[in-house]
Write a protein that binds this ligand. Structure first.
Ligand SMILES: Nc1nc2c(ncn2[C@@H]2O[C@H](COP(=O)(O)OP(=O)(O)OP(=O)(O)O)[C@@H](O)[C@H]2O)c(=O)[nH]1
Ligand SMILES: [Mg+2]
Length: 256
């Protein structure tokens, strides 16, 4: 031990005399380089931790958001979910990534109930969203198509979504049912409905228009590729755990 202390004292002394021999400018430059490096490391770590990791699950009541939420979190559908009257919100490592949970970043998922009365909740959480999943009931699609299109129209014309280029995944759920419509069909129908909605909303006096941003390209039939933010379409079934398209989408936009 004594030997170590003596050796350390020798090193400290040698370092001290070496520093004294150096021109002072060189010492200042070295100190500045160290300070700037530390500062950059602090800024980088702050930026990393503040990167948004919120995913918003939206869509009409009964489309299957809560079922998907539990699949993502627990790997089970918690069968028997009822119409949610409050949002589910939690920060967790996706169930499918549990085996490497020390290496991946947890995701904050908010499941916003589709009940019309809770619509303001969606407006409240959208500004925090890194990405939005819009869940559609692919089985019962035709009867809910118009309402689904209206809900989607409101999301796609929100300034916070468009200006920040928040990506949206239209997830056609319940494809375990043989009578479910394909994602290609749903995409086409939604584009048609959104086109109609845009025309009818543009027809009313501009004072009544609540759209924050115009949808698509004026004068051209609407399709999703015209959106400034990325809109993708995928299919699966929350009930049977076929949610890999949602997991993939989340990981594309919340880096692990
Ligand atoms: N067949 C089938 N049924 C599903 C699927 N996903 C959800 N369901 C059923 O659809 C019903 C509604 O699902 P929820 O997850 O409660 O729907 P939600 O979107 O959360 O509805 P709100 O909370 O009212 O907004 C439930 O009876 C689910 O079991 C699916 O992939 N396939
Ligand atoms: Mg629910």
């Amino acid at each position: 031990m004594d030997e170590w202390i003596r050796q350390t004292e020798v090193w400290v002394h040698q370092t001290d005399s070496w520093i004294r021999q150096q021109p002072p400018e060189q010492i200042y430059v070295a100190a500045a380089v160290v300070a700037v490096t530390i500062l950059l490391l602090i800024v980088a770590s702050c930026l990393k931790s503040s990167r948004p990791n919120t995913i918003v699950l939206s869509g009409l009541s009964g489309s299957g958001k809560t079922t998907i939420y539990y699949q993502l979190r627990d790997g089970s559908s918690h069968q028997g979910t009822v119409t949610s009257m409050e949002e589910n919100s939690d920060t967790f490592v996706l169930h499918s990534e549990q085996e490497r949970k020390d290496k991946v970043k947890p995701v904050h998922i908010i499941d916003v109930p589709g009940h019309a009365r809770l619509k303001p909740k969606l407006d409240e959480v959208l500004p925090k969203a890194a990405a939005v999943v819009f869940v559609v009931d692919a089985q019962d699609f035709l009867s809910s198509m118009q309402a689904a299109a209206e809900y989607l129209y409101d999301i796609l014309t929100k300034a916070t979504v468009v200006k920040k280029k928040v990506p949206v995944l239209i997830f056609c759920n319940k494809t375990d049912k043989v009578t479910a419509h394909s994602k290609e069909f749903i995409k086409k129908q939604l584009e048609k409905e959104l086109n109609k909605l845009r025309e009818s909303r543009n027809a009313v006096s501009s004072a009544d228009i609540s759209d924050e941003v115009q949808l698509g390209v004026p004068g051209e039939a609407f399709n999703f590729s015209q959106c400034q933010n990325k809109v993708a379409v995928a299919e699966g079934a929350g009930l049977t755990g076929d949610v890999s398209a949602v997991e993939q989408f989340i990981r594309e936009h919340v880096k692990a």
